[in-house]
Design a protein around this ligand. Structure first.
Ligand SMILES: [Zn+2]
Length: 142
């Protein structure tokens, strides 16, 4: 049993498993849309998805289309160790993008060597199908 689990964990890329709060996020991403929750009472955008507004605690919200545009807020370069499934990607970046809507989003900038990333670098969302059900939101320079 543990051998099987280790094999699955180390040989395949882990993918998000949408739940009650974020299934709409992944359904939108599959359509090529970046959508975030937005409070219907105070207008605050939020991400990660959650039941209540962190600004006013309202539970009223809608899933609004975001611009997909933002700037690199901060980042890290992963040199390892990492899961074997990601070994061929080393070194790779992990970025925190501050989107124009004011929410932070952790992802990756594609086709960008580690020494070319900088704070405030303008980026835009791209949609990368990772399986039949999951499309990942990543970024590219703009
Ligand atoms: Zn609110």
């Amino acid at each position: 049993m543990s051998d099987l689990r280790e094999s699955v964990i180390t040989q395949t890329r882990p993918l998000p498993q949408p739940g009650l709060d974020n299934v709409e996020f992944y359904e939108a991403a599959k359509r090529g849309e970046l959508r975030f929750q937005r409070c219907s009472d105070c207008g605050a955008w939020r991400h990660y998805p959650r039941p209540a507004c962190p600004e006013c605690q309202s539970r009223n919200f809608s899933w609004e289309l975001a611009s997909g545009r933002g700037r690199v807020f901060t980042w890290a370069i992963v040199h390892g160790p990492t899961l074997p499934a990601f070994r061929d990607e080393l070194p790779y970046n992990v970025v925190d993008v501050l989107l124009d809507e004011g929410v932070h989003f952790q992802s990756q900038v594609l086709d960008c060597p580690p020494d070319e990333i900088y704070a405030e670098m303008p980026v835009e969302a791209v949609f990368v199908p990772a399986s039949e059900d999951i499309t990942l939101v990543k970024f590219r320079r703009r």
